[in-house]
Design a protein around this ligand. Structure first.
Ligand code: HEM
Length: 257
């Protein structure tokens, strides 16, 4: 074996390992902060006086949001790196149609669908709206007039953030399950086209309805109605738990061996 081949094999193995390791580190940073916002910061801010809350938004939330959104970018980048390193590695053909038609391929595609949606919620909904909330808090602290649109912006960010918390449990089921659980043996070796079509139809509709709901397209942005799942962080926790069971049941019933 030529030296160049050895170097390629080592770097590929190392790259496959490093990208997975980094992916989990930045992934827990992102999702850890997501849980901090949902389960700690939002309930705490609700009990704080306006002046203290504005100071915390300015000094604390703004910093947490920096780590949050850039950890989301790093998670996406390292996730793509895992796919690239796998291309010629032991789990070959990850980009070929065949991989995506297999049970592990369908599992990671589901995880990525949810994670990408969460990423877009961070960058297109949560962060643009939180920027308005932070700007308002700083302005009010400096003695300026409160922005009348800040509360509505905060509400939009909250809905997307609670939706991300709800998605996160199912997303992680598929991320981790791909290599450790959704394997041929327990599941079909080569699911038929109709099995795959049925799975994607059901999984896709659930995903679409939930995301449209979080964006206010279905139930508006007010509490109650279909937004009941975002009304408290405990409601979001329950909704997340139910969603894992539903997604797992759909996957299992259609794709079990
Ligand atoms: C943003 C888009 C994301 C992409 C494109 C992505 C991609 C991937 C890929 C390709 C894998 C390897 C699957 C396999 O075992 O073959 C993976 C595994 C994993 N991902 Fe993600 N991921 C994303 C988001 C996340 C997030 C937000 C987390 C949160 C912590 C996460 C945590 C994990 C974990 C824990 C594993 C399992 C590692 C292992 O079992 O070796 N991922 N991801």
């Amino acid at each position: 074996m030529a030296l160049a081949d050895v170097i390629i094999i080592i770097s590929r193995t190392g790259g496959a390992f490093a990208s997975r390791w980094l992916h989990v580190i930045v992934g827990i940073t992102w999702i850890g902060l997501l849980y901090y916002f949902n389960f700690v910061q939002v309930p705490a801010f609700a009990e704080m006086e306006a002046a203290a809350r504005n100071n915390a938004i300015d000094k604390l939330a703004s910093r947490a949001l920096w780590w949050f959104r850039w950890a989301a970018v790093a998670t996406l980048v390292t996730g793509i790196m895992i796919l690239l390193f796998q291309k010629d590695g032991d789990k070959s053909q990850i980009f070929s149609g065949d991989y995506m038609k297999s049970v592990p391929g369908m599992a990671i595609a589901t995880g990525i669908l949810l994670a990408l949606t969460m990423f877009l919620n961070v960058w297109l909904v949560i962060w643009p709206n939180q920027k308005k909330v932070i700007a308002n808090a700083r302005n009010v602290q400096a003695g300026g007039e409160a922005d009348p649109n800040a509360a509505a912006a905060g509400r939009k960010a909250l809905l997307a953030s609670r939706m991300n918390a709800i998605f996160s449990f199912t997303m992680l089921l598929f991320m981790v399950g791909t290599a450790h659980f959704f394997l041929p043996g327990n599941f079909k070796f080569a699911p038929s086209g109709s099995d795959r079509g049925l799975y994607w139809a059901i999984a896709g509709i659930i995903w679409l309805v939930l995301e449209l709901n979080a964006l206010g397209v279905i139930g508006g942005t007010k509490p109650g109605g279909t937004n009941i799942i975002y009304d408290t962080h405990k409601a979001a926790l329950w909704a997340g738990a139910v969603l894992v069971v539903v997604y797992y049941a759909v996957f299992y019933l259609i794709l079990k061996a």
